[in-house]
Design a binder for this molecule. Structure first.
Ligand code: SAH
Length: 356
């Protein structure tokens, strides 16, 4: 099946040529998909009926099926998508003061094995295709009252984006292309646990914001929390950050989850400041989001404020990130993509949730 939303301009036109469809028709179809946010080929009324029918027969309109939608008390929306082979992924639409941010997944499951993360529990299923990444954005935009309010994208959902680099790169190309979804490069952020060689490639080949999940400032703790650290230890990771090409005034975001008694002491904060010396860095402090199987506890707010104070004294920008959507397990590290589990927990189908 042809998946138009995963193709760039050139590929769409090449594909049209193979099918014997004129290039301007291919452009029309792209316009309907990316600009008018059509919900199906039958809506593309500037195309002849027989062409619409033919496209519907040869192309898959969307690679995703919405299986569930949950809305948090703070209006965060978590969408559960079923992939064509039955796996589930999640995307989270997060309200900000004057816009929305969408957090998208790059893989079904994850192979990185971070101890604090719920997605890691299910292991790795497979990489998402470019269409499956782009369709998360399209499906969510189609469901919004004002789709233009969605201006920011973060690749921080399920999976490690740099372990699916080629597909992620292609999807980001479509999401940021003028004739695609036209997101600003400055408003797309990719978060990685630290796959160093791919990070270096990213720096050469793409212009998105980089976020690095650090979570510990000493080797032993990071080895324990994030197995990837044994492969690409802190000195290598920080060297790659130091050498990462940053356009004017941009910074690398370092994410640091605070866990009681694990990585939240004053000494940890001091270590963190010396690690980051010489890097244009912004630090996001994230109180651990607990999930039912988590062995860790979030640090107290008092501890978090003390931790932040050390960073601020050393002139770092350190923001405490308030988690959104916790009540529906939509916050960082709470995505599991498991329909059955959700069903069992809430006992309600999509319709009830929508009306709630
Ligand atoms: N694999 C990528 C992107 C997915 S994780 C990465 O590691 O960056 C996205 C963010 O959620 C990471 O910063 C991770 O550290 C954070 N996270 C994971 N589990 C969490 C939890 N239980 N509480 C708070 N943040 C969590």
């Amino acid at each position: 099946m042809i998946e138009i939303s995963g193709m760039d301009n050139r590929e769409t036109e090449a594909c049209a040529e193979v099918l014997g469809i004129e290039p301007y028709r291919a452009r029309q179809v792209r316009h309907w998909i990316f600009k008018r946010l059509a919900r199906g080929f039958d809506e593309m009324t500037s195309l002849p009926k027989d062409l619409r029918a033919r496209l519907a027969g040869e192309c898959r309109f969307s690679s995703l099926e919405t299986a569930d939608l949950q809305i948090s008390r703070d209006t965060t929306r978590k969408v559960l998508f079923r992939l064509s082979d039955g796996f589930f992924i999640e995307s989270v639409l997060i309200p900000e003061r004057d816009h929305w941010t969408l957090c998208i997944s790059s893989q079904a499951g994850c192979a990185m094995g971070c101890r604090f993360c719920l997605t890691a529990r299910q292991g790795f299923h497979r990489n998402l295709s470019p269409a499956e990444i782009v369709d998360q954005v399209l499906e969510v935009k189609r469901s919004m009252d004002d789709p233009d309010q969605l201006t920011n994208l973060v690749l921080m959902g399920m999976g490690e984006p740099l372990a699916n680099y080629e597909n992620v790169k292609k999807a980001v190309g479509i999401l940021t292309a003028d004739e695609g979804l036209n997101f600003s490069h400055r408003k797309v952020t990719l978060s990685t646990c630290g796959l160093v060689p791919v990070m270096r490639r990213l720096g050469r080949e793409m212009t998105v914001n980089l976020a690095v999940s650090l979570n510990a400032a000493d080797p032993e703790t990071r080895d324990f929390l994030m197995p990837v650290n044994r492969r690409y230890p802190l000195p290598e990771l920080l060297a790659a950050c130091r050498e990462f090409p940053l356009p004017n005034r941009r910074m690398i975001t370092f994410e640091y989850i605070l866990m009681e008694g694990v990585n939240d002491s004053e000494r940890d904060a001091e270590r963190l400041t010396s690690l980051l010396r010489g890097i244009r860095a912004k630090i996001n402090l994230i109180p651990l989001n607990p999930h039912p199987e988590s062995p860790f506890k979030p640090s107290s707010m008092e501890r978090i404020l003390q931790f932040q104070e050390v960073l601020i004294q050393r002139h770092y920008t350190a923001i405490i990130r308030k988690s959104k959507g916790q009540d529906i397990l939509a916050a960082c590290g709470q995505l599991s993509g498991q329909y059955e589990e959700h069903e069992a927990r809430s006992g309600s189908g999509p319709d009830q949730v929508l009306q709630a």
